[in-house]
Design a protein around this ligand. Sequence first.
Ligand code: FAD
Length: 390
Amino acid sequence: ASPRVVVIGGGYAGATAAKYLRMWSAGRIEVVVIEPKPSFISCPLSNLVLGGSKTLADLTFGYDGLQQHGIQLVQDTVTAIDPLARKLQLTRGELPYDKLVIAPGVDFIYDSLPVLDNAEAQQQVPHAWKAGPQTVLLQQQLAAMPDGGVFVMSVPKAPYRCPPGPYERVCQVASYFSQHKPKAKIIVLDANPEITSKKALFAKVWAELYAGMIDYRPNSQLTEVDVAAREVKTEFETVSADVLNIIPPQRAGKVAQLVGAANVDKRWCEVDFLSYASKVVPDTYIIGDSVSAALPKSAHMATSQARVCASAILATLAGQEPDPQPVFANTCYSFVNARMAMHVAHVYRYDLDKKIMLPAEGGGVSVQPSEQEGQYAYAWAQNIWSDVLT
Ligand code: FAD
């Protein structure tokens, strides 16, 4: 019988790995993807839903392209893994595998803010950090906010999914306010000591495009939240909001925690960067946002890792060694309004001594945002969707 690879999660990482496993094995490997959601919703570009230039429907895609590769899609959730018996528990039964790929994205940590750890609180105070109904909810709250109201966003300590994402969100909300609620204000409570990505560029955009609207407060870790009053406390102050968006701290998706794969600070998964094999769980590979903090957590990175992993699994199944020196790239665009974007890009190479992927010297960052880069950013999105899903 052909070997069976089961992929947990049909997001950026999992869908890409599944596609390349089927394509590069010319259909000789059985590939099963377990994903609870009926369709793929892109986090990249989801901040533009808040800005008003995209709808969630623009970012939602079917999985039929993957099925055309002969991938079996099972709409279910993995609830337990038995790595020694090589068997998964789904809500609807068991599934055996030869190799397992875990790609569940991130899980939120509510240890320090337990009041937010329920669906009702998240209706009042959305995170909108997994694109879907939460994105629409935040957009509706912004639309219902009075002109002159205050939008407060809290950024967790790094590492978290999409380093520039919170700051892109600030730009998008500011773009929406400038058009519809010019007296509104934005307060950014950042748990980090400074903007964690494209710092100079974001600071310049906020000062020039959105002068006087954005109040950025570093070292502002939340200590308390009053959900009903939409009020938060930090070590230094109490801040009230009309719309409150708390992006919680993050760790590897829950299923990685269940099987003990998240061995770094009980948060992230340590892998061999030549194959993405877990350092602790046999026959198991981990890709995407769940991988240790050594690599930035982006969709582009997730797909790059997925290809290296797929190639390594096929080599291993054929009794060969994986590519000893993988190279890949990562580009992250941020839209500053509906049309203009800016980027940061790096090539990553495997470092033989340190045994990790390191950014090569000379990575690029935009001089300033532009409409041309906005067009590149839309093309980037079209390309990655086509790569992942067709
Ligand atoms: P995901 O894409 O989240 O996929 C994980 C999947 O696993 C989900 O579909 C989930 O349902 C499934 N799953 C979880 N648990 C289970 C289980 N137990 N059983 C079965 N299935 C399960 N990146 C960029 O490169 N460029 C950008 O411009 C960009 N913008 C962003 C903007 C925002 C607002 C956000 C929040 C993120 C952005 N990102 C961007 C980051 C990007 O979305 C993530 O890095 C990427 O989605 C990671 O891919 P993943 O496959 O690890 O996780």
